[in-house]
Design a protein around this ligand. Structure first.
Ligand code: AGP
Length: 609
């Protein structure tokens, strides 16, 4: 998704801006640009494609300056082109970069056209530049002009604005799209993600919803949505806010292999040797969880799949009815909220626009409380929820979610157990058993990662395929969905997942020797049913690739290729069976030569609708 970097310093800021943009590349984008003010001139450089292309453009220009704003764009309004790339400039004196979407831009644009403004792009963002310029004609300062402009916007924005006439001032604003200030000595910075600031400063300030901030080289001041000057806390950014590939070929591979550590960290202080510790969620948690009679889980993409697994766990362990829904659907229907319902959002980023909108709705919809399970401590969802449980995956840079997913799963299994315990459904013996399974998860995942070589060999069968089918039953059905999502997003092979019992209701028609069928088969109560489903595929000439517990008795034979997965209790199996599917998608993508960490058309954090 779009990225913002801005700087006001006593040196040329273009290298700082470019380095910042490079650090935001993982978010996904299609064009990039920079504008600087220096010596009475506003200069602009933009390029379609990667930041490297912008760098080449800059190398051939004299764009240098001590005040600058920069952007990576992920197209929403208007095609991918240089003229739609940011920064957008008005009257050769105001330059703006924008993350988010201005929903009422058409009305504002109409007014501005009537005022004589000429639009050169198809973006909503250009409206912002012209409106600020328009307001600047009647406001005493750039700050006042930005405040007057943002008061007219409906939608989401993170903005950085500068003007030719005020070379000692940078103004930024946030609503629905994150922004963080970076404080230096005699220089200050802004970015949409702390990762972009780490090379220049560790002292950061996270802006809150509705904030507008004014920065000079020596000072910074934040104003709230009412225009009142407010204090905001200065944080120390930690090393964990930064990430590198650590010798791995791709972030995704590194993140797959980090999962044992991430799972162990996520469990820390939430379990003792034989008990779950619900008080680790904060003082209000025990009472709220004990009172919950229903759970609504809302999320997108991979996080939604984690929620689907949680439904099985919570209903089994806590006996509480669970509804799991895609945030983009939930937010636009008439939701009935039964009494004492806990509302849960799942999100790696904590900034996903649809999930955040669902949370905003839920806060006034009569829920018992809101809980977010999130990987980003400073995110909007964490700030705005009553309870937060942090997944401790660490920064996830690959667009394809891996460690964020398995740490969400382990967090959800913890929550399911905590609900069961506090609602009196889980006996102490069963609780101790659950804790023992949870604490084995990091080791089991470590063992599953040893399948890497075998899966790399397996991946060769997929490189020339156009389609693939994933099958699972029970908690493994959402795992099959996650496997299909991983394969399609990074290898661009069309993949679909079905609950294996659904096969006969339509998808069976697709089975032939060109449609590989990938099956996740732990040794559980549904095994015999699953085996029958496999026979049905085999009888129609299908090629089966089965990840199976050695105890299942499923053996490799013609048309069935079995890869053994270590034995484990079925409760923890969704976490472990995810690993071979992640590795398969990764190795197939390598063979296909796709951009593994930044797949085409996708963004890491989807902060627009
Ligand atoms: C999956 O690999 C994707 N990264 C995507 O589906 C993602 O899970 C979705 O966009 C939700 O993101 P969130 O967890 O940050 O809310």
């Amino acid at each position: 998704m779009c990225g913002i970097v801005a700087a006001i310093a006593q040196r040329d800021v273009t290298p700082i801006l470019l380095e910042g943009l490079k650090r935001l590349e993982y978010r996904g984008y299609d064009s990039a640009g920079v504008a600087v003010v220096d010596n009475g001139a506003l200069q602009l450089a933009r390029a379609v494609g990667k930041v490297a292309a912008l760098q080449d453009t800059l190398n051939n220009t004299a764009v240098r300056g001590a005040l600058g704003i920069a952007h990576t764009r992920w197209a929403t309004h208007g095609e991918v082109s240089e003229r739609n790339a940011h920064p957008h400039v008005s009257s050769q004196r105001v330059a703006v970069v924008h993350n988010g979407i201005i929903e009422n831009y058409a009305t504002i644009r109409e007014m501005l056209v009537a005022e004589g403004y000429v639009f050169v792009s198809e973006t909503d963002s250009e409206t912002i530049a012209h409106l600020i310029d328009f307001e600047l004609r009647r406001c005493p300062s750039l700050l006042a002009a930005v405040q007057a402009a943002v008061a007219q916007f409906k939608g989401a924005y993170g903005l950085a604005v500068m003007a030719l006439d005020t070379p000692d001032e940078l103004v930024v604003a946030r609503s629905g799209s994150p922004l963080v200030l970076g404080l230096g000595i005699g220089e200050n910075f802004v970015a949409s993600d702390v990762a972009a600031l780490v090379p220049v400063t560790q002292r950061v300030v996270f802006l809150q919803e509705g904030d507008v901030a004014q920065l000079s080289r020596e000072t910074w001041q934040v104003f709230d949505a009412q225009g009142e000057a407010v204090e905001r806390v200065v944080h120390e950014a930690s090393q964990s806010d930064v990430a590198d590939r650590g010798g791995y070929r791709h972030y995704m591979l590194k993140e797959i292999f980090e999962q044992p550590r991430a799972l162990a960290d996520t469990l820390q202080e939430r379990i003792s040797h034989d008990a779950l510790l619900p008080q680790s969620l904060g003082p209000a948690a025990e009472k709220l969880l004990a009172t919950a009679e229903n759970v609504h889980i809302v999320a997108c993409g991979t996080s939604y799949h984690a929620g689907m697994v949680a439904r099985y766990w919570i209903e089994t362990l806590a006996g509480v009815p669970v509804n799991v829904e895609l945030a983009s659907e939930y937010r636009y229907r008439d939701v009935v909220v039964p009494s004492n319902t806990l509302f849960v959002t799942l999100s790696q980023s904590g900034e996903t626009a649809d999930t955040l909108a669902a949370l905003h709705f839920a806060k006034s919809a009569g829920y018992l409380a809101t809980l977010t399970i999130c990987n980003s401590a400073q995110s909007s969802m964490v700030r705005e929820s009553d309870l937060a449980m942090m997944t401790r995956a660490g920064p996830e840079i690959g667009v394809a979610s891996t460690k964020a997913f398995t740490t969400q799963l382990i967090s959800l299994l913890l929550i399911a157990g905590m609900l069961g315990k506090l609602r009196g459904r889980l006996t102490s013996a069963r609780e101790a058993e659950l804790v023992s399974h949870l604490s084995k998860a990091p080791g089991l995942v470590e063992d599953a990662l040893k399948m890497d070589k075998a899966i790399q060999a397996l991946s060769e069968d997929f490189a020339d395929k156009q389609h693939a089918l994933f099958l699972g039953r029970g908690t493994q059905f959402p795992i099959a969905m996650e496997g299909a999502l991983k394969l399609k997003e990074i290898s661009y092979i069309h993949a679909e997942a079905y609950a294996a019992g659904e096969l006969k209701h339509g998808p069976l028609a697709l089975i032939d020797e060109d449609m590989p069928t990938i099956v996740v088969a732990p040794n559980n109560d549904l095994l015999d049913k699953l085996k029958s489903n496999l026979e049905v595929v085999r009888a129609r000439g299908g090629q089966l690739y089965v990840f199976a517990d050695a105890d299942t008795g499923i053996r490799s034979e013609p048309a069935i290729r079995v890869t053994a997965v270590p034995h484990m209790d079925d409760l923890i199996a969704p976490v472990v069976y995810t690993i071979p599917l992640q590795l398969l998608a990764y190795h197939v993508a390598i063979l296909k030569g796709t951009d593994v960490d930044q797949p085409r058309n996708l963004a890491k954090s989807v902060t627009v609708e």
